[in-house]
Ligand binder design. Structure first.
Ligand SMILES: NC(=O)c1ccc[n+]([C@@H]2O[C@H](COP(=O)([O-])OP(=O)(O)OC[C@H]3O[C@@H](n4cnc5c(N)ncnc54)[C@H](OP(=O)(O)O)[C@@H]3O)[C@@H](O)[C@H]2O)c1
Length: 356
């Protein structure tokens, strides 16, 4: 690829997993953000080698993942499955590349910082393994708002339910919902037990149940005592990012028939009494947060409006009826933007600033 005018001397970036759900949004974000990179190298599996993708208005050929693909690279974003990151991120790091990893492979490694720039940007500088981890999309969909409230009030307990979009399960999740929607559209299905299941068939893609005309109280794999891996991730990651290693956290993760944008109800208990006015003031001024909360006018965030936007949107701000130290919130965040690609890009930009 030919470097654009003025790009010489800037750090070279590799996007590993450029063809995936997150990678696709990443290329859009890299095309929209300030052009701070020299070469942008696109990497995926050998299946995609030779494909051309557009980034910064230029066609770039995808190369297969290999050790040589990291030659001359300063920063690499990994948007690939856990096992691919687990194998290849240390190989890239051993070549001096700073890896920003979007998978779950390193998030709880004590030698890998887990970074949300609005909350703990300082942590990105301490990376003994040369790897920085990006949190899970469900954690990221609320943590910027929670971090701002924690800084003022001091978080003491968290109870969360998620309403997660199918793109959180990658391209396969989106394809499954669209296929099932086509099968049930224009029918009277959803009125007797099992009618939706019979219509969509046994292939429910990455989900254990039909997701069209349904809600599925499950995301991830089974962990101890009936908890799901997604629920454990939210708990562990919130604790690590906020530096609250013993924070009580209860999470229930639910999949809903939304393409992109996770929603969450949040019950957050703080050190002392809170007021809605103060909470609204904090949320209205916190970087990366939009307060959209006027139920009388029918104004609260929903995925249909939030999708494709960068901020964490917060509405339905109420003080708990039975506990003056607790707030109830409804939060929406695009799981492919702040929930993954945007946060990764922001971390990579923090690292790139070190090269100036
Ligand atoms: N979707 C979300 O909301 C979300 C949010 C946060 C984090 N994440 C994480 O981000 C990562 C990517 O997720 P996704 O949803 O974008 O998945 P996806 O749509 O399935 O895309 C996977 C990407 O990884 C590449 N890949 C797969 N196996 C590979 C291999 N052996 N060598 C090289 N490249 C390989 C694929 O390349 P080919 O096209 O060539 O197969 C593709 O570019 C996952 O770890 C996921 O958990 C996802």
């Amino acid at each position: 690829m030919t470097l654009g005018a003025g790009r010489a001397g800037r750090p070279t970036l590799a996007v590993v997993g450029a063809t995936g759900a997150v990678g696709t949004v990443m290329l859009q974000i890299l095309s929209q953000h300030a052009d701070i990179w020299g070469e942008i190298r696109l990497i995926a599996s050998p299946r995609s080698a030779g494909r051309k993708l557009t980034v910064r208005g230029e066609q770039v050929e995808v190369v297969a993942l290999s050790e040589e693909a990291f030659d001359g690279v300063q920063v690499a974003m990994f948007d690939v499955p856990d096992e691919v990151s687990a194998q290849w991120a240390p190989i890239a790091a051993a070549k001096g590349v700073v890896v920003v990893d979007n998978s779950g492979a390193f998030r709880m490694d004590p030698e890998v910082p887990l970074v949300v720039p609005e909350v703990n940007a300082h942590a990105a500088r301490m990376r003994p393994r040369g790897i920085i981890a990006n949190p899970n999309c469900t954690t990221l969909s609320m943590i910027v708002a929670l971090g701002a409230l924690h800084a003022e009030f001091g978080l003491r307990e968290l109870v969360v339910s998620s309403y997660q979009a199918v793109s959180g399960a990658g391209r396969a999740g989106v394809e499954t919902l669209r296929r099932q929607l086509a099968m049930v559209a224009g029918t009277e299905l959803g009125t007797s037990p099992g009618d939706v299941r019979r219509a969509v068939g046994d292939d429910t893609g990455p989900f254990p149940e039909p997701v069209a005309l349904n809600v599925v109280p499950w995301a991830g794999s089974l962990r101890e005592d009936g908890w799901s891996s997604e629920e454990m991730k939210v708990r562990d990651e919130c604790r690590k990012i906020l530096g609250l290693s013993r924070l009580p956290v209860a999470v229930t993760c639910v999949r809903v028939p939304v393409v992109t944008t996770h929603s969450l109800t949040v019950h957050a208990r703080f050190e002392s009494e809170v007021t809605v006015d103060k909470a609204r003031e904090i949320l209205a001024t916190a970087p990366g947060v939009v307060l959209f909360d006027n139920p009388a006018a029918g104004e609260f965030p929903t995925p249909a409006d939030v999708v494709g936007t960068d901020p964490t949107w917060v509405g339905r701000v109420r003080r708990a009826l039975d506990d003056p130290t607790a707030l109830e919130l409804f939060v929406c965040g695009d799981n492919l933007r702040k929930g993954s690609a945007l946060n990764t890009a922001q971390i990579a930009e923090l690292v790139a600033a070190e090269y100036r």
